[in-house]
Design a binder for this molecule. Structure first.
Ligand SMILES: Nc1nc2c(c(=O)[nH]1)N[C@H]1C(S)=C(S)[C@@H](COP(=O)(O)OP(=O)(O)OC[C@H]3O[C@@H](n4cnc5c(=O)[nH]c(N)nc54)[C@H](O)[C@@H]3O)O[C@H]1N2
Ligand SMILES: Nc1nc2c(c(=O)[nH]1)N[C@H]1C(S)=C(S)[C@@H](COP(=O)(O)OP(=O)(O)OC[C@H]3O[C@@H](n4cnc5c(=O)[nH]c(N)nc54)[C@H](O)[C@@H]3O)O[C@H]1N2
Ligand code: SF4
Ligand SMILES: [Mo]
Length: 737
């Protein structure tokens, strides 16, 4: 008999609601849930292959434990015993601070990834913390922190209401959007144009998003900060600055004007490869639009001046009066975010509170650069990483210089990977603890709901039973308990967090539960898995919550369960004063680290242009490194090819393949000529290079592709955020010979 169930898709940031079909206890299909309050039936090819991905025969059903050098299937008890012995041994000998932790991208999409890694890191007391953030959005965090005092005060474009959208270095028609959670991003862009709005895309490649746009500006890679400063220059120069409603909350406007003075359109035009007149026209149009939003993503982030670029996106939003107003760039308010408190001065945000051991990189958000992981493992000395825990990550392919990391991981005393697959990274583990597939896991978007272009809350309980297999919350809790030396049920971790949180909330006079009794509140949480108890607590303490009974109409987990298609919490609302946490209580438009970095950028304007620069791209039917093993997503065109302009290819005498040489290595890739590439710019996707052996992804290994990150030496970082430069890498291209 065919049954159906609802499940939010965890495969990208769009968080679409799916209706999955189940036959005989197995997932057999997935379609968009038309009644989902957020996605209204939208689905992409990845979501449509949810059942295949879930059933992938190469997913590990049981833990693997290294015995006599060989990863061998074991029981869960044996695996946890091996963790206790191996990790315990390293901690006893070298301390918890010698354990490195790497958190990968799917951690942002799972309940487990949101709730448990902080507990593990705290239990270890380690500062050797790394994540995919420094291969991705860390520049945005740092820019937000410096400007608003909170590194998670995300601004997102109000897609449904804007009249003018500038997309810089993002390709939402393929990625389905990032740091702006919007199911059916493509549909929202079409709707914008249909209602008479304008879409401008700034990207060195003519992407699908650029093809949809009214205007495509093919900027030279890595030069957007200069381009944006030129826009700022024009805004000041032509008297177009109008801060609108936020005018009384901004410091530093004059300093920004002074910085931009050096970046006139005529000065940056050559550097950016964009005509000065086009820059002026763009500035005038943004200023003149009824409402406008500038939105930047990977192309503004994983570049040399990533933090500057991320900052300037919002500088333009602010100077044109578009921050915090409908149709502009707004602050979402997720249902599990703490309920807004009265405005207050914060402690401000700082980077570099401590520095990495080997290269002295500043921490950002208590993390070191992922690009520095290998050196922290393979450089002997005090504080060297002796053991590793990877959770939902594949840094051997996703971070620069995978060969070095490959060797480094091989050398640690002990390594645990929490991952469903045996892959390029996890093959080095001594114990792999595989979480069950998504169908057997509950889902709530703790992180992404705070980035949604419309506020909403949706919860999916597990669709299928896990048959006695521990879920990921339990796996991570058991690791945490081992480290804390506590012999208790896994839910003890949740109980501890709940006790701590409620103690703090009840003692806070501005909390919705100020002065109440912790025991009474705890008793109101459901008899349910620990993560559900925590979710219920967070919802009830949140902006829309029932405040533990004081607001009976408010949200609880029970209410979410009764509304399986989700609760719509309405369009984004202005809320600047709630989010500001700078010491002055105002937006710091000209924070010192940014102004200093702008001076470095001024120097870079005169740098000689490289013959070729490499950028990345994504594929609609892929996701970073881990979806190349699903038949429905494999094959077809646009796989791991080097895209190059036909005239560049002809000049170099390229026919089928090209040798690409970068600062960190060289590789041979099949070429694909297209006039959609800017001359002098080539692109290769990441997440490929499945030819290392010893992995368990049979299909992926058959069509391995090449690892673009091997071209990267790993020492080029955005200075402020420690984010690896993954776009705009100088390369030499030649015919094989
Ligand atoms: N050159 C270049 N490199 C890039 C990028 C680029 O644009 N260009 N992009 C960067 C970006 S934006 C990112 S986010 C990173 C990603 O970097 P990573 O997060 O390190 O890599 P992924 O390929 O996303 O690996 C995800 C891992 O999680 C596992 N996994 C899947 N589902 C689950 C789950 O439910 N639980 C657990 N525990 N594990 C799971 C998969 O098997 C896989 O091993 O790559 C970065 N690397
Ligand atoms: N199908 C699919 N969806 C995904 C992923 C995937 O791998 N596949 N990955 C997910 C992840 S982890 C993330 S972080 C998001 C990323 O989401 P997006 O940022 O929307 O995705 P990208 O395709 O990396 O888009 C970056 C764009 O920047 C352009 N670019 C490169 N360098 C520059 C530059 O210097 N300046 C400018 N202006 N543009 C530049 C590239 O040509 C590219 O079109 O996508 C997510 N969604
Ligand atoms: S767009 Fe993202 S969330 Fe939606 S179905 Fe596709 S992969 Fe899933
Ligand atoms: Mo990402």
């Amino acid at each position: 008999m065919t049954e159906t169930a609802l499940r939010i898709c965890p495969l990208c940031e769009a968080t679409c609601g799916l209706t999955v079909t189940i036959d005989d206890g197995r997932l057999t299909g997935a379609r968009g849930d038309r009644d989902d309050v957020f996605s209204h039936g939208f689905i992409c090819p990845k979501g449509a292959s949810f059942a295949e991905l879930d059933n992938d025969p190469d997913r590990l059903p049981n833990p693997l434990v290294r015995r006599n050098g060989v990863l061998t299937e074991s029981s869960w008890d044996e695996a946890f015993a091996a963790v206790a012995e191996g990790l315990g041994g390293v901690v006893d000998e070298h301390g918890g601070t010698s354990v490195g932790v790497y958190l990968g991208n799917p951690s942002a999409h799972t309940i487990a990834g949101a709730l448990y890694p902080p507990v593990i890191i705290r239990a270890l007391g380690t500062r050797q913390v790394f994540s995919a953030s420094t291969l991705d959005q860390m520049p945005k965090h740092v820019a937000l922190g410096l400007m608003f005092g909170s590194p998670v005060a995300f601004t997102v474009p109000d897609l449904d209401r804007t009249d003018y959208l500038v997309v810089i270095g993002a390709n939402p028609l393929v990625s389905n959007g990032s740091l702006a959670t919007a199911a059916d991003f493509p549909g929202k862009l079409r709707a914008l144009r249909k209602r008479g709005g304008k879409l401008v895309v700034i990207d060195p490649a003519r992407t699908r998003t650029a093809e949809l746009a009214d205007q495509h500006i093919a900027v030279r890679p890595g030069t957007d900060p200069a381009l944006m400063l030129a826009i700022v220059h024009v805004l000041f120069d032509e008297g177009l600055v109008d801060l609108g409603k936020v005018a009384d909350h901004v410091n530093g406007v004059d300093e920004v004007r002074a910085v931009a003075a050096d970046f006139g359109p005529d000065i940056v035009a050559d550097h950016c490869g964009v005509a000065a007149e086009d820059i002026r026209a763009l500035a005038r149009e943004i200023a003149a639009a009824e409402t406008a939003a500038v939105y930047g993503r990977i192309g503004t982030s994983t570049v040399e001046f990533g933090t500057l670029g991320s900052w300037l996106v919002d500088v333009i939003n602010i100077l044109t009066g578009n921050l915090d107003r409908p149709g502009g760039a707004m602050f979402p308010l997720g249902a599990t975010a703490p309920a807004p408190r009265p405005p207050k001065a914060g402690r401000g945000f700082r980077i570099g509170r401590w520095h990495s051991r080997v290269s002295g990189y500043p921490e950002a958000l208590s993390e070191f650069p992922a690009a520095a992981l290998a050196e922290e493992i393979d450089t002997p000395g005090d504080g060297q990483i002796k053991a590793m825990i990877t959770i939902a990550g594949n840094p051997v392919l996703s971070a620069p210089d995978g060969d070095r990391l490959d060797r480094a991981l091989d050398s640690v005393d002990f390594m645990i990977s929490v991952d469903p697959y045996l892959n390029e990274t996890t093959r080095h583990a001594d114990v792999i603890l595989p979480p069950p597939p998504p169908s057997q896991s509950a889902h709530y978007d703790f992180a992404l709901n705070n980035l949604a272009v419309r506020n909403n809350a949706r919860y999916s309980p597990p669709v299928l039973p896990a048959h006695g297999r521990p879920d990921e919350p339990e796996i991570l809790s058991r690791i945490a308990l081992l480290l804390m030396g506590i012999d208790a049920e896994p839910t003890a971790v949740d109980d501890q967090v709940i006790a701590m949180t409620l103690a703090k909330e009840t003692a806070d006079p501005t909390s919705p539960v100020a002065g109440r009794d912790v025991a009474e509140l705890t008793a109101m949480l459901p008899q349910a898995p620990g993560y559900e108890r925590r979710l219920d607590m967070m919802l009830r303490l949140g902006a829309y919550g029932d405040a533990f009974g004081t607001k009976p109409a408010g949200l609880t987990l029970q209410k979410l369960k009764e509304t399986p298609h989700g609760v719509d919490l309405g369009p984004l609302q202005p809320r600047l004063t709630e989010v500001l946490r700078t010491p002055t209580g105002r937006i710091e438009l000209a924070a010192e680290p940014l102004i200093e970095d702008a001076a470095r950028l001024r120097e870079a304007l005169h740098r000689r242009a490289d013959r070729f620069v490499l950028i990345g791209r994504r594929h609609l039917r892929s996701n970073n490194s881990w979806m190349h093993n699903v038949p429905a997503l494999a094959g077809g065109s646009n796989r791991c090819t080097l895209r190059i302009h036909p005239e560049d290819a002809a000049e170099l005498g390229l026919t089928d393949t090209a040798v690409v040489k970068g600062p960190g290595g060289e590789l041979l890739a099949p070429i694909e000529t297209t006039d959609g590439m800017r001359r002098g710019v080539v692109s290769l996707p990441h997440g490929w290079g499945h030819d290392r052996g010893g992995t368990g992804q049979e299909l992926a290994a058959r069509d391995p592709g090449v690892n673009v990150n091997q071209l990267n030496a790993g020492n080029q970082l955005d200075r402020l955020s420690g984010t690896a430069v993954l776009n705009g890498i100088p390369v030499d291209i030649a015919a094989p010979g």
